[in-house]
Design a protein around this ligand. Structure first.
Ligand code: GAR
Length: 196
């Protein structure tokens, strides 16, 4: 079985979209793949309840309990390893990962970022796109490398920036696209993944 482990920090709507696509498109039968676990660095992340409702194993590794990024990433990797991942998917996971962690999962670690990378890495992407006068915004799915919000691009979607847009309105328009392209990008990778 090719186990997918999804890391979240918040509402988990991308995670839910991936779980939904896995069910709808029969990833287990077609690709021998399943969402094996959802891991959060926040105990109150809304996505945890969603995952539990779907019968998916959940883990919480609270970053606040660790003195350093390295110690947190060690505990995070231990939680992930319990589910023998073929693919680790960051879905609104809002922690910067150490080079050691990234190297460990190199080639099987994905992220979704709500901008058209390489534009606007980091936080507040939608407000920054508005402030820059962008006519288009969007979202990027990419392989994770040691550099923040960088790495080979797997998929992008573009949305228009509308007159009178607010960051929240733009975020909602982008999020709708996130839910389409993330499951699709993952599905394209599944045939090439190693079985555990
Ligand atoms: C999404 O918009 C995702 O692209 C973004 O956080 C949101 C999480 O929503 N990720 C980042 O900003 C990563 N730097 P979700 O929890 O509903 O999937």
């Amino acid at each position: 079985m090719k186990n997918i482990v999804i890391l979240i920090s918040g509402g988990g709507s991308n995670m839910a979209a991936i779980v939904h696509a896995a069910q709808r498109d029969h990833w287990e039968r077609v690709h021998g793949a399943r969402v094996a676990a959802v891991v959060s660095n926040k105990p109150d992340a809304g996505g945890l309840a969603l995952a539990r409702e779907q019968g998916i194993a959940t883990e919480v590794v609270e970053h606040k309990r660790f003195a350093s990024r390295e110690a947190f990433d060690e505990a995070l990797a231990a939680a992930i390893e319990r589910h023998q991942p073929a693919l680790v998917v960051l879905a609104g996971f809002m922690r910067i990962l150490t080079p050691g962690f990234v190297t460990r999962y190199q080639g099987r670690l994905l992220n979704i970022h709500p901008s058209l990378l390489p534009a606007f890495p980091g936080l507040h992407t939608h407000q920054r796109a508005l402030d820059a006068g962008c006519r288009f915004a969007g979202v990027t799915v990419h392989q994770v490398t040691a550099e923040l919000d960088y790495g080979p691009i797997l998929a992008q979607a573009v949305v228009p920036v509308l007159p009178e847009d607010t960051a929240a309105a733009l975020a909602g328009r982008v999020l709708t696209q996130e839910h389409l392209i993330y499951p699709r990008a993952i599905a394209q990778l599944l045939p090439g993944l190693q079985d555990n």
